[in-house]
Design a protein around this ligand. Structure first.
Ligand code: ADP
Ligand code: MG
Length: 314
């Protein structure tokens, strides 16, 4: 075995943002993604797959809200679970297909994954993550009153619900994931950063929150004792001075140097910033670990050391 890799799939690996999100168009995108993952497995890496769910869970919420006069709308944590099932199903089926084509003898399983957050996490006092549909001012005020939602105006497009983005503390299904992984099963887990749950008098309770999927993937990678955290997104590398005339891609970089750039504000909040934070954490968690930020298309090359932003310990 070449090493254990946690692959965190970004939005563009699941859905082409210019296409109507039919099941068919999403499956077409996931099929391509599965082929890239299969090549990494064929190369001899042991792979665990995680993924985002932003657009998908947003659409599930809209479906629930729109039909709520016929069928009660499911709360946000349940919508998150639905999105894990839906996306997991697509990845699982497509991986199965490409494994057959490429003669890879492996089983695939999706684990509906809960991730414990701290109910006193400071994030709960200032929710930042917008979710679901846009509302008018009047409807937004009604939702605040009736359901206790926190609503914010979203860049002139209307009002949206915002939820907290707390830190991932513990992956509830970790033992199951380990059992499968040790037995050679390709596991799809921690989708959308996991379903956030809090511990209350010894039981778990789902909460309306969004755990950043890159930070959850980092936690998983540490817990599984992975060698590489491979964060796949729409860009081949992270940049400083991104989209400015003097932009510069980052190649191999120490966690300390990239942290300096992070503190200088080079990585946009909610997009590149959590990836860089996750990369720093992972690189520092144990000697010899590295985190790679690159695109799906370049993933294989980046693992061979030929491209990507590679964050190393010192
Ligand atoms: P995901 O792939 O997980 O869905 P996002 O789309 O949220 O991730 O974030 C990745 C995007 O962040 C890139 O496609 C790019 O447009 C943007 N980005 C912001 N700042 C930077 C930066 N400094 N370097 C590279 N990309 C950046
Ligand atoms: Mg995205």
């Amino acid at each position: 075995m070449k090493g254990k890799v946690v692959i965190a799939l970004g939005g563009n690996a699941l859905q082409d943002k210019d296409m109507v999100p039919t099941a068919e168009s999403q499956l077409n995108t996931v099929r391509k993604t599965a082929s890239y993952i299969a090549d990494i497995i064929k190369e001899g890496y042991s792979v665990i797959v995680t993924h985002g769910n932003g657009p998908q869970v947003g659409n599930i919420v809209i479906q629930n809200e729109t039909a709520s006069n016929i069928i009660p709308a499911m709360p946000f944590d349940v919508c998150g679970a639905e999105s894990q099932g839906m996306i997991g199903y697509m990845i699982q089926q497509c991986l199965g297909e490409v494994f057959k084509e490429k003669n890879i003898q492996k089983d695939v399983a999706t684990i509906v994954t809960q991730v414990v957050v701290d109910k006193d996490d400071a994030a709960f006092s200032h929710p930042t993550k917008p979710i679901g549909p846009f509302y008018s001012k009047e409807d937004a005020e009604l939702l605040e009153k009736e359901k206790g939602y926190q609503m914010v105006e979203d860049s002139g497009r209307g009002y949206r619900r915002v939820v907290a983005s707390p830190e991932p503390k513990e992956i509830v299904e970790l033992n199951t994931i380990k059992l499968l992984e040790r037995n050679g099963v390709v596991v799809i887990t921690a989708g959308g950063g996991g379903i956030p749950v809090v511990r209350e008098n010894g039981s778990l309770k789902g909460v309306a929150a969004v755990i950043d999927k890159d930070l959850a993937s980092e936690k998983l990678a540490e817990d599984l004792d992975a060698d590489i955290l491979l964060i796949l997104t729409a860009v081949e590398k992270a940049y400083i001075n991104y989209k400015k005339p003097d932009e510069k891609p980052l190649d191999v970089i120490s966690s300390y140097d990239i942290e300096k750039y992070l503190n200088e504000g080079h990585f946009a909040e909610g997009s590149m910033m959590p990836k860089v934070k996750a990369a720093i954490r992972f690189a520092r968690s144990r000697k010899g670990r590295r985190a790679i930020i690159t695109s799906l298309e370049k993933a294989h090359d980046a693992l061979s050391g030929n491209t990507g932003t590679v964050v190393v310990d010192d």
